[in-house]
Each structure stands twice: as structure tokens, then as C-alpha cells.
Design a protein around this ligand. Structure first.
Ligand code: GDP
Ligand code: CA
Length: 314
């Protein structure tokens, strides 16, 4: 398969918004997105891949905009019926969303790989970019928590509401996982390598943990990242709690430090302009711009600037 020149590392909601801008400035057939699967798990025997689906639904223009996940206008009749039957139906699964998980599970059971199934689903949603799961192995992120049992990521986020009780992040399943076919090849051949404004620990950190990925990224050390932290806070989600759990500072500078071994530059928000000298002292280039992706114009501008920065023309 021909290698696509622009390769992007991605989690879910932050990534999907950034990618919605990127597909306006790069022809989608030139894009490969390597997606975190550390949040994937089974619900009621169905394989659910939250980050792959968030990106697919967003780029297809079908996502529920208010939440950033699920399908717009979806109903929850099946889930309501399930809740009458069992007590553990805490994960939100809409009726049409369920069709994706049923199809994925059916195809996996028929012997298709996650890479193949993902290609089929993205094609069915009309996407031309290539979404690659980081691995075809099960590689759940485990969170070690104060005064309670360890949990997987969705249990922590959705079931428990992401409390500030994470003491350590266990990426050993990702570290034992082989990369999906095409992942290392894409990383070797990319002309441009970007890191979405995604959770640096449980989205990008998981991809980096997969066998061979970090070494390939360090060899290049030319990724351009966008900070998911603005003004010392995540825009959404528990990135602050997880950065603290790995001993990192909750700031664009803390993110830059985590990416220093693999990145040549980072895009940060205007409100963080004062951090630029300290980040440059880490040996990273810095661009300052509006990074809160509140509408399609900002998504596009941010993607355009990040891409040009990576190409060295900005
Ligand atoms: P998840 O898998 O759905 O949690 O999504 P990601 O890992 O891709 O993204 C979560 C991160 O996206 C959070 O740390 C947010 O701060 C970040 N994020 C969400 N929206 C924006 C935005 O508009 N701008 C920036 N810079 N970051 C954002
Ligand atoms: Ca995720």
C-alpha cells in the first residue's frame, strides 16, 4: 500500500476536532492517523473502540456536537431496556452507535483484523483518510487508584466520573503489544508527523508505549505537537489528573517536557505565550496561536499553522 505523507497520532475528542481542521488543508487521501486503542473494551460482548469511533463520527459530520462522542440525534432505547435487565449498563451506547459495535464484533468474530474492520467502517462512513489502530492486540490502560481497585480507563472516566485518585498509570499491556500492520511503516515513511491535542498520558502515551513506536519516534524526533493544556488546564477531560499521576506539570510546558524526546516543536495557546522561552530552553520550537477549537474556522487555522510549522514554511 502506498504510504501517505502526513501521519498523525491521535486520541479521541481533542484529536477529532483537530483532524476536522486538518482534512480541510490536506487531501484526506494523504493522511494516516494512528489511533489510541488503550480505552477499548467489551460491553455485553461487543467490542467498543471509543477513540476510533469518535474520530470516524466527527470526520463523517455525524458526531453529537455537544458531547464530542456518539452519533447526533441517536436514541438510547436499547440501553434503557438493558438497564431493566442488568445493573452494570453505565456506558452510554446509543442505538445507532450500537450498530457500529455489533458490526465490528461480528467481523472480528468472522476472523477479520481490527485494522481491516476499521478500514471497512471508515469507508462505510465515507472517509478517505486511513485510520490505523495502534495495535490489534488488546492493550487496556490500567489506572491504579487510591483506596480502591485498579480500573480500566472507561471505568475511571465514565463509571466513576474521573475523580482525582489516580496514583499511577499502567501501560504494560500496550508495552507488550505489537504495533498494528502499517504503523511502523507509516512512522518510518512520513514526511510530516503531527501529535494531536490529545491526552498526553492515556492517548499519546499509550501509542508511544506500543512496541517499536517510541524508538521510531525518537529516531526522527521531528513531530510537531499541539498542546491539549491551555492556561494550566485541560479543555475537557481528566488530563490534569493523569499528568499529575505521572509526575508531570499541568501546563503546556509540562506537555512539552513529555514530548521533548520525540518532538521538534509544539503549538501552544496565546494565553501561554509566557511559557515560550522555557519551552525553547528544552530545545523545542514554539508557535503561539489560538488553540481553543470552538468552531470550524479555529480548527482549520490551527491545523494549517501546525502543518506549515512542521513543513518549515511558517
Ligand atoms: P479523548 O480520548 O476523548 O479523551 O480525547 P483526546 O485524548 O484526543 O483529547 C483529550 C484532550 O483534548 C484533553 O486533554 C483536552 O484538553 C484536549 N482538547 C479538547 N478540546 C480542545 C481544544 O479545543 N483545544 C486544545 N488545545 N485541546 C483540546
Ligand atoms: Ca480516549
Amino acid at each position: 500500500m502506498a504510504v501517505r505523507p502526513v501521519v498523525v497520532l491521535a486520541g479521541g475528542v481533542g484529536a477529532a476536532r483537530f483532524l476536522s481542521g486538518l482534512v480541510q488543508v490536506v487531501p484526506p487521501e494523504q493522511l494516516t492517523v494512528i489511533v489510541n486503542t488503550g480505552d477499548d473494551r467489551d460491553f455485553f460482548g461487543l467490542r467498543v473502540c471509543p477513540d476510533l469511533d469518535i474520530i470516524t463520527y466527527t470526520l463523517a459530520g455525524r458526531v453529537q456536537r455537544e458531547t464530542g462522542w456518539g452519533l447526533a440525534g441517536d436514541t438510547f432505547h436499547c440501553l434503557e431496556a438493558l438497564r431493566r435487565l442488568r445493573g452494570d449498563a453505565w456506558f452510554q451506547l446509543g442505538d445507532q452507535d450500537l450498530a457500529t459495535h455489533i458490526q465490528r464484533s461480528a467481523r472480528l468474530r468472522e476472523g477479520a483484523s481490527l485494522t481491516e474492520v476499521t478500514r471497512e467502517i471508515t469507508a462505510a462512513f465515507g472517509l478517505e483518510l486511513e485510520l490505523l489502530p495502534m495495535t490489534e492486540a488488546e492493550a487496556p490502560t490500567r489506572l491504579l487508584r487510591r483506596d480502591r481497585e485498579p480500573s480500566d480507563f472507561e471505568e475511571y472516566l465514565v463509571r466513576d466520573g474521573a475523580p482525582d485518585d489516580v496514583e499511577a498509570v499502567d501501560l504494560s499491556a500496550a508495552a507488550a503489544a505489537a504495533p498494528a500492520p502499517g504503523v511502523l511503516e507509516a512512522l518510518a515513511a512520513a514526511e510530516i508527523l503531527l501529535i494531536c491535542p490529545s491526552n498526553p498520558v492515556v492517548s499519546i502515551g499509550t501509542i508511544r508505549a506500543v512496541q517499536g513506536v517510541e524508538a521510531r519516534l525518537r529516531e526522527r524526533r521531528d513531530a510537531v505537537a499541539v498542546s491539549p493544556i491551555i492556561g494550566g488546564r485541560p479543555v475537557k477531560g481528566p488530563a490534569d489528573r493523569l499528568l499529575r499521576a505521572v509526575g508531570a506539570e499541568v501546563s503546556a510546558q509540562g506537555v512539552a517536557k513529555l514530548y521533548q524526546p520525540i518532538a521538534k516543536a509544539i503549538v501552544i495557546d496565546r494565553v501561554d505565550a509566557g511559557l515560550a522561552p522555557a519551552i525553547e530552553a528544552l530545545g523545542l520550537g514554539v508557535r503561539v496561536t489560538e488553540t481553543l477549537m470552538k468552531d470550524t474556522r479555529v480548527c482549520r487555522q490551527l491545523a494549517d499553522l501546525t502543518l506549515k510549522f512542521a513543513q518549515g514554511s511558517e
